[in-house]
Design a binder for this molecule. Structure first.
Ligand code: CMX
Length: 134
């Protein structure tokens, strides 16, 4: 398994509409896409910085993962996503080493990427994602 770079950092916000102007007007980044990922019960907004993206996450349902996260911990960094050229293989390898998986097989995430999550209770509190271009 080889992780090549940080593909994106996921940041939970209560409102994309309120958060986007901070990234655009204060930090000078450009929101290049807004996409709803129904399966994950989130609406996402993307910014690019170098080869890494920032993914703002607004919950569309209080029972979804981001809705529950904000309810418990408030807004803030939600997950880190590493790029790899083989999500299934990476998931298999870390599971063999005793890491608890959320996804045993990859699923589709925003921007059509194949993604898989590791459980934060097994990764020192950081919700960790592997992703690859299809
Ligand atoms: N980072 C760190 N810890 C987290 C966390 C996060 N993002 N989300 C939840 N936790 C912790 C909680 O604080 C809680 O800890 P305690 O038991 O110590 O209180 C524990 O994990 C369980 O949390 P929960 O609120 O009871 O939630 P669930 O167990 O139902 O779900 C998780 C937690 C991580 C399995 C779920 O959020 C999940 O499957 N996440 C992966 C999918 C996801 O996050 N999608 C949104 C992004 C989609 C995208 O990028 O497109």
């Amino acid at each position: 398994m080889e992780l090549t770079h940080i593909e994106h950092i996921g940041i939970a916000v209560k409102s994309l509409e309120q958060a986007i102007p901070y990234y655009e007007n204060i930090l000078g980044l450009k929101c290049y896409a807004i996409e709803e990922v129904k399966d994950q019960r989130v609406k996402t907004a993307f910014f690019k910085i170098g080869q890494t993206k920032l993914e703002l996450l607004e919950s569309t349902n209080p029972e979804g993962p981001v809705g529950k996260f904000i309810e418990k911990k408030g807004e803030g960094v939600h997950h880190i996503a590493f790029a790899t050229d083989g999500v299934q293989q990476a998931l298999n390898e870390v599971e063999e080493k005793g890491i608890r998986l959320i996804d045993k097989v990859p699923r589709k995430g925003a921007e059509g990427l194949n993604i898989g999550f590791l459980h934060p209770k097994s990764t020192f509190g950081v919700l960790t994602e592997f992703c690859e271009k299809p």
